[in-house]
Design a protein around this ligand. Structure first.
Ligand SMILES: CC(C)(COP(=O)(O)OP(=O)(O)OC[C@H]1O[C@@H](n2cnc3c(N)ncnc32)[C@H](O)[C@@H]1OP(=O)(O)O)[C@@H](O)C(=O)NCCC(=O)NCCS
Length: 415
């Protein structure tokens, strides 16, 4: 298939071409090859029939793929197209290849009635808005000074909990049950099968960046594990004194007491001075348990970017915080099938969305709808930023309440 008559050809890669594909992607991302363990895993989870390779004169010029994900949205886990491996080789940039791949992806998803929503993690925050992606989730980075008093004394406690320090491979069986209970609760969370769970535990020495091997801590009672953390330690001695840094990879617990116990443990490891949790939900319960939240230096950044491929199917796939019956006038430059007026009716248990000729209550860009989709970004904030216009008084307040979701979105799995 030719992309635009300028010699670029769009093809589906064959499984035997994965090494060539991976080498091209590494070139595009700066030239860092994956450790063999990651390379093997990436090949296993790669969906060849959903990938695009753009070639010219036989050479790979650009790549993009989709992972068939199940991601929680308000209302529960739903199929979402996880867009990944978007790369254009340095000598083929700024000629519109990414734009063509995006257009191809959305058109294919629409024509095949596949996932109605696409999501991605972006290397740079400014890239994808022009394609109708909205920044749907933010995360905080926490840098918490060590101290037994870091958590409030009234934090949840359970004397039946026991602590076990161990190696990640020893906890392979208990990770899924502790993780899985969290999936339906929080938008953005992904279901992980055995492969993706294994991927979360991987720790090739080449990827440690000078840190210690990955470590695990488990809290359990007589009935089994109630939570775990995966973390590593970066050596940091200052003036002959230990000031090591604990780097948190993931923490999941089945209940508040187990969650608090894990944090209390990480915050009081000998020879350490700081716990650095790079990627946490903006409403992480630990923020409400810290004795002095200011010392944690919470720093916001964008995380998940979401694009509604088919407005009607996407809006009907989630539920809403209150009853809603609104006509949305949607603007979408890239996907003309989304343009025009849609009536959204629904509430806490179900919703439907159909084309209408009725008068619009709100005018929204597709990007604003993507931002609001997981419930983490307020339509009122987007209206104040000019991305949503209220056409009938009162409609914005209802829409904002309906779209909002608690807890906030969080997608710790990179795809
Ligand atoms: C990002 C990347 C895929 C862009 O590919 P490209 O083919 O040069 O992009 P296009 O020519 O289709 O550009 C489309 C638009 O995006 C803009 N754009 C491209 N890269 C951008 C960037 N890094 N930041 C902001 N805007 C960017 C272009 O200016 C263009 O804007 P316009 O439509 O307003 O003119 C490419 O530069 C790349 O591979 N970068 C390194 C790997 C990477 O970061 N991939 C993204 C993974 S999420």
């Amino acid at each position: 298939m030719t992309l635009a008559g300028d010699g670029y050809e769009l093809c589906a890669p064959e499984p035997h071409q994965f090494d060539e594909l991976a080498a091209a992607i590494h070139r595009a991302y700066g030239g860092f090859p994956d450790p063999p363990e990651f390379h093997e895993m990436n090949q296993k989870i790669f969906e060849f029939d959903r990938a695009i390779v753009v070639r010219r004169d036989g050479r790979i010029c650009a790549t993009s793929t989709i992972y068939s994900l199940e991601m929680t949205v308000p209302g529960g886990p739903r199929p979402v197209a996880g867009v990944g491996y978007v790369s254009v080789m340095p000598d083929h940039r700024r000629r519109g290849l990414m734009r063509r791949m995006m257009t191809h992806t959305f058109t294919t998803l629409h024509e095949t009635q596949a996932e109605p929503v696409a999501a991605l993690h972006s290397t740079e925050a400014g890239i994808y808005g022009r394609f109708g992606y909205g920044m749907a989730g933010q995360v905080v980075r926490l840098t918490i000074p060590r101290g037994a008093a870091a958590l409030l004394p009234e934090r949840p406690r359970d004397p039946s909990l026991r602590l076990r320090a161990t190696r990640p491979e020893e906890i392979a069986d208990l990770v899924a049950p502790c993780y899985d209970v969290n999936v339906p609760i929080r938008p953005g969370m992904l279901r992980r099968d055995a492969l993706w769970t294994h991927r979360a535990l991987m720790d090739p020495p080449e990827a440690r960046g000078g840190c210690a091997p990955l470590q695990a801590v488990v809290v359990e009672d007589d009935d089994g594990a109630r939570g775990y953390a995966l973390y590593t330690v970066r050596s940091n001695w200052v003036d002959s004194s230990p000031r090591n840094i604990v780097l948190v990879r993931e923490i999941y617990a089945r209940d508040p007491a187990a969650y608090a116990e894990i944090w209390a443990t990480l915050l009081d490891l000998d020879l350490t001075a700081t716990v650095l949790a790079e990627t946490r939900p903006v409403d992480d319960p630990v923020l409400a348990m810290l004795a002095d939240v200011r010392t944690a230096v919470p720093t916001l950044r964008d995380q998940l970017h979401v694009r509604l491929v088919d407005v009607d199917r996407a809006l009907a796939a989630r539920t809403y915080g209150c009853d809603v019956d609104l006509v949305l006038e949607v603007e979408d430059d890239l996907c003309p099938w989304n343009r025009g007026r849609w009536r959204l009716s629904g509430g806490v248990s179900a919703a439907e969305c159909h084309r209408t000729h009725d008068q619009a209550d709100l005018s929204v860009s597709i990007r604003a709808l993507g931002a609001a989709y997981l419930g983490g970004v307020s339509l009122k904030q987007l209206a104040a930023a000019g991305a949503v216009t209220e056409l009938r008084p009162g409609a914005l307040a209802v829409a904002a309440a309906a779209f909002r979701h608690d807890p906030a979105p969080f997608c710790p799995t990179i795809f």
